[in-house]
Design a protein around this ligand. Sequence first.
Ligand code: G6P
Length: 607
Amino acid sequence: MCGIVGFTGKTQAVGFLLDGLERLEYRGYDSAGIAVLDGGLKIEKTTERIKNLMDKTDNGKNVSGTIGIGHTRWATHGVPSFENAHPHTSSDKKFAVVHNGIIENYIQLREELKADGVEFVSETDTEVVPQLLSKYYEGDFFAAVAKTIARLEGSYALGILCTDCPNTLIAVRKFSPLIIGLSDNANYIASDVTAIVSHTKDIMYIEDGEIAVLTPDGVKLYDSDKNEINREPSVIDWDISAAEKGGYDHFMMKEIMEQPNAVKQTVDSRIKGREIVFEGLKLDEAKLKTIERIDIIACGSAYHAGMVGKYVFEELLRIPTNVDLASEYRYRNPITNDKTLTIIISQSGETADTLAALKEAKRLGSHTLSIVNVVGSSIANASDDVIYTWAGPEIAVATTKGYTTQLSVLYMIAVWAARLLKSADSKRIERLFDELCRLPELIEKVILEEPKIKEMAKKCGDPKSLFFIGRNIDYAVALEASLKLKEISYIHSEAYAAGELKHGTISLIEEGRTVIALASFEELFDKLLSNVKEVKARGAKVIACATEGHTEIAGEAEEVIYIPKTDPLLIAALEVVPFQIYSYYVALYKGCDIDKPRNLAKSVTVE
Ligand code: G6P
């Protein structure tokens, strides 16, 4: 959550700051602000979107200065307001700070500073940081930062300016993402590469507890004991076009359309002949054979991908598999050990609860393997093993290609492990492998249904409520489809295991209520068809999704979307796509802010 940027260079800072904030706006958009140093501190803030900051500053033309910081906020402490918007300053206006994360001991620090006579102007946890800097400052910027961060508990990525050091930007991080960009004319900080990639592809990762000192001429990195560290820069291998809309009206639609390619990248890069090869994996055959249980831990859509993983692993590996919400796992004294494989799923690799759950599983001795989209992210770094999804940057808050590429990795792990463990019929495994390789073209086929789905969405309108039902993998997809619809269209929607309907939830079905029946899992098609009849008998209007050939359902449903036939375990990656498109158009016809739904943020780096 929250996006931060910083610049120190030989040219004007404001262009990078505004452009970078616009690219990071998906991380939070409750308010925004910049601080530029030119003699003194110049601060501009808005309680609206970055666009408003651009208008206020005449696209940055009336803000001069070659060093600055910027912030786009997802409010945690204090309502979205002008006072609570970052950057925050010390009372003496010597320090300006942008912050992502939560200072957990801020109340204690605030009281201490108040006792010293400091007057606070915001309700934020962040404001203690510039005030502490000012308290500890004795003419040495670096020393004041080191003393200040020693007092902070919680998580932070900070960009800091000091009026006495007109070229120096200091950045620190602990449990919140932050990277450095390097170039001949300027050096940069940002919460993620999307803000930097159009300026430089040379980046440097900064680890927890390190302090980075940036000037226009270079970057010095220090560990928490203030020893200088040598770190080789890395080169980002994707192009700025990957983080732009490329002719689409919204990132979400672009990312839906990118799915065949994203899945192809993710799968093909691990296939050598008929083998699945995960380079550098510590989980080898011997270790795999000791595994007695699998725990999958994640949040949001990544959790829903994990739900699919449970069905797939239990079917193919015959290893009991639990799926846990990271926020639950981390606080419930989980039972795990070295015979458990813990699979952590996270698109961003920064989700605070997921990271904490990973650390807990690791501490308890489990082997941790993460499925992550962002190279060098905290979760990737903290895991025993990481398998990247090669989805490219995902900007829309509602994930699409992140989810389908996570599924692809889960499928690959299942096939790879089933071959080693000989836990499933080998002919089936080989057929599954062939189908896995065909997934990109099958997804492509589903995408061709877009015009039809768009027409269906037009008819949806703005119902009070809507339901998804499914069994087995269809149920796991129902959870994700329902989340997609509610998060971007604000229509109340729920997913039910179809077999549970009779146990209470059918009382919610009334005349005209839309029920979306996911009926692609062929083995249970007849059972699902019975459930469809039950809800129809109570007045529901049914939309269905089934595999090609199951035309019986057309007699019951008002609309049917057919997906290509494949191995039943793979249907999730196909069946979700029509409902990503459906949710997109329902939200579009309602006039919603599709890429930045209210109250949400892409990367949830606070608990
Ligand atoms: C947020 C996003 C979701 C995402 C979830 C987990 O809620 O809006 O799209 O599924 O976080 O994020 P992660 O980056 O860990 O996959």
